[in-house]
Design a binder for this molecule. Sequence first.
Ligand code: F6P
Length: 366
Amino acid sequence: MAGKRRIGILTGGGDCPGLNPVIRAVVKRGVTQLGWEIIGIRDSFNGLLSAPYDVMELDRDSVRGILTKGGTILGTTNKGDPFKFPMMQADGSRVEVDRSHVLLEAMRILEIEGLVVVGGDGTMEIAHHFQELGVKVIGVPKTIDNDILATDLTFGFHTACEIATEAIDRLHSTAESHDRVMVVELMGRDCGWIALHAGIAGGADVILLPEIPYDIQLVCDKVRRRQAAGRFFSIVVVAEGAREAGRDQMTVEDGGPGGKKPRLGGAGAYVAQRIQEVTEIETRVTVLGHLQRGGTPSGFDRILATRFGIGAVDLIMQGKWGHLAALKGTEIVGVPLSEVVGKLKYVDPNGQTVQAARGLGIEFGG
Ligand code: F6P
């Protein structure tokens, strides 16, 4: 074992299609070609936060057949920030405790040189925090939300858009048969990328984004105009983070200890209810939810995730610890984590894609 490089890998935050291809790429390149040891850490950072550590050595056999598998063979969590770790008190309440020192100790005991951290914005913040404590980390950007500013794309986004587009296609036929308004709520948190892309790809009539607070009258006017033109159904795509002008985003659960963010929900149901009230047209809502995150990654995401995994190993070989493997144009490059954290990539309301959609007559409600 002496002399071999030993690198840890973990997946953090919500899962998304493409995590397994990243793990596979890191293992195939690291173990098979470079002779490294790759240690898989279970359930994000949690695997190193208490002994006995929940880790497994990843050899070539352990990643066979996972290219097409959704989810992550390592498990994940979005409420396990080691700097704000949720601990149960005697009275049953939870408090946040800093357990980062436990992870540092674990890395020393397990002789892990550095970590490949695959995650979204929250996980990258944690990775950066560890980097500031002297831990060697490389980031790999995942999320269906596509909201990390430092990279042109995240893997998972393409698959989520394909799933959402198919859902909209399917809603079209039933909407048309029944002369109904079909509202579909899509994920994306504070950014409207999935709604925008799937909405255009699926031929939606209305797309409501977090970046463009909407006026329900404009939405209803669009539905009525279609009706007057003999189009008795409409498809309304609502990003879960969309909000009516002057109102807050809708949530179904507050945030919690461990860095857990508030859970968005209800935006689609609210829009559907308002459309039915104002237009008196029968309206139904579909919340696509975690279907957008589950299942096999698209071919595009398999390639992107694989390139990120190889890119992460390349960054390690170049000694570029503290960087994110990011897509810039057609190249995978390293971006310092300090430039990654806290910067979300929002849809530009005046950008070309929104303008193209407006050029088709799609209504954004604002
Ligand atoms: O960040 C990915 C994402 O799927 C968001 O689009 C969504 O708001 C959130 O995670 C859902 O989180 P959870 O899996 O905790 O319900």
